[in-house]
Ligand binder design. Structure first.
Ligand SMILES: [Ca+2]
Ligand SMILES: [Ca+2]
Ligand SMILES: [Ca+2]
Ligand SMILES: [Ca+2]
Length: 495
């Protein structure tokens, strides 16, 4: 009788153990997943949504770690350890990166419980069964899904390009993820809307007639609702923007509307996105003069210059360039592209003050010199004046100022051949160092000459790359024409 009871109890316990093993199973998978990540602008916050799914009574969350990795092709990767609690937290990641995390769960509780456990063991050596029971008092994470919202501000120093984000769950002390890896790719873009023109010192009422012009550099409409314009000097005012800017479109904000005061002698205009990140900024440190605005040239380009013909709300293409010329010979170039490039039109501001213009086409070996004589009926073979070329202009007046306006330079390629080349310096900003300005032909030229007509005693200025002494051409000024002696068959100078 006792023996029968023991056998029955043994069967019951055996079935119970088998059932427990069956239903609880071996430790099952933890999964980790990231939602799709929208493309972002540099300086803005990337919103990354992830979740880690745990089985009930899974213990990994007590000892394991959840790692978010963000990887960039150009700047390497960094890791952030996500907190295993609900609510918001700021997390310091590797490589000086920071994220803010909002973690949530529908059922994130710490559970307590107790129960009886039964067990038995069979020893084949003694042919005996052993029985026992006891109780446990324990605790477990009871939830199944922990969701993360991660915000990471893409540093403005990062290159534009593709990024990937990965989420993994690791057991402590291991390098092998126990949760599934999930990779999402997103792209960091350049801001599409830029500060394009700033008039700090209007001829009219200050500050009401000051303006800030924005330009959408892309073809698609940009939504700037929630963005902000602000200044950086004096009483700081921030003005909230609303609406959209159409592709390649402009929007202008006058001081009367924004309440911003642009200090004439120096200030900064900031354009902030919805989250307060700087999308673009423009700083000046001296008064441009009454009625003169700062403009990007061309629209959205990297070069800033000034113009006495502000264009609020419209294209900046017309950039003014002025250069005073000396009586006799001047070696010049014109860094803007005029809509009418004929010598007569280009030089109309010095009409009657010059007698001849020479250009030099090194590729036309039989007849490189090209000339324009105003009013000459025949013999003129210089058809146009372009930023790529340098020109000799013979002036016969003591007060000749060349004024032109056109499209400002961005990047200009100039073809050189392996003799003398007479080229322009298509830039609206001075270059402090000749070698740096000519770095695209580094090693492929032996000397550069410029001609400074105002230095009547010693007009020729030269720069020999690498020469320790004797170089009196150090900086390049907008408007210079340059003789460059190249020593390779053909190459391209990019300014
Ligand atoms: Ca002002
Ligand atoms: Ca003024
Ligand atoms: Ca100000
Ligand atoms: Ca404009």
């Amino acid at each position: 009788m006792k023996q029968t009871n023991k056998r029955m109890m043994s069967m019951v316990f055996t079935l119970t153990i088998v059932a427990l093993l069956y239903f609880s199973g071996p430790s099952t998978a933890i999964t980790a997943a990231l939602g799709a990540i929208a493309d972002v602008y540099r300086g803005q916050l990337a919103a990354i949504t992830g979740s880690v799914t745990l089985n009930d009574y899974e213990f990994i969350m007590n000892s394991g770690t959840v790692i978010l990795t963000i990887d960039t092709a150009s700047d390497g990767s960094f890791n952030c350890t996500l907190p295993k609690v609900t609510g918001s937290a700021n997390v310091t990641c590797s490589n000086n990166q920071n994220i803010s995390v909002l973690a949530s769960s529908s059922n994130w509780d710490y559970g307590y419980g107790y129960g009886y456990d039964y067990g038995y063991a069979y020893s084949p050596y003694t042919y005996s069964y052993q029985y026992g029971y006891g109780y446990e008092y324990g605790s477990n994470w009871l939830n199944t899904v922990l969701s993360y919202n991660v915000l990471w501000r893409v540093p403005r120093t990062y290159d534009i390009g593709e990024f990937t984000a990965t989420i993994n769950v690791y057991a402590d002390g291991t390098q092998v993820p126990v949760g599934s890896e999930n990779v999402q790719t997103f792209t960091v873009n350049r801001p599409t809307v830029l500060i394009n023109e700033v008039l700090a010192n209007p001829s009219g009422t200050e500050p009401d007639e000051e303006f800030i012009e924005l330009y959408n550099t892309e073809n698609t409409t940009a939504n700037i609702t929630g963005w902000t314009l602000g200044d950086g000097t004096g009483t700081i005012v921030n003005y909230s923007l609303n609406g959209t800017i159409s592709g390649q479109g402009f929007k202008v904000y006058f001081g009367a509307e924004t309440g911003i005061t642009l200090n004439n002698a120096g200030d900064t205009v900031y354009l902030y996105d919805t989250l307060g990140a700087i999308v673009d900024e423009f700083t000046w440190s001296s008064d441009p003069g009454q009625g003169i605005s700062f403009v990007r040239s061309a629209n959205g380009g990297d070069n800033w210059t000034t113009t006495d013909s502000p264009t609020p709300g419209t294209t900046n293409e017309e950039v003014a360039f002025a250069m005073s010329l000396e009586e006799v010979w001047n070696l010049v170039s014109i860094p803007v592209t005029l809509s009418n490039q004929t010598p007569q039109s280009t030089l109309s501001s010095i009409a009657d003050k010059y007698t001849i213009v020479w250009g030099y086409n090194a590729t036309d070996t039989g007849d490189p010199w090209k000339k324009y004589v105003p009013g000459a009926a025949i013999g003129n073979d210089l058809a146009s004046i372009t930023p790529e070329w340098g020109y000799w202009i013979r002036v016969n007046s003591t007060s000749a100022t060349l004024n032109v306006s056109g499209e400002g330079p961005t990047t200009t390629d100039i073809a050189l051949v392996d003799v003398w080349n007479l080229v322009g310096f298509p830039s609206l900003t001075a270059a402090a160092n000749v070698s740096a300005a000519l770095s695209t032909i580094d090693g492929n030229y032996t000397i550069v000459w410029a001609y400074n007509a105002t230095d009547t005693g010693d007009p020729w200025k030269k720069n020999v790359p690498g020469a320790a002494i004797g170089n009196d051409l150090v900086a390049l000024t907008p408007g210079y024409g340059l003789w460059i002696r190249a020593n390779v068959t053909s190459e391209t100078l990019t300014i």
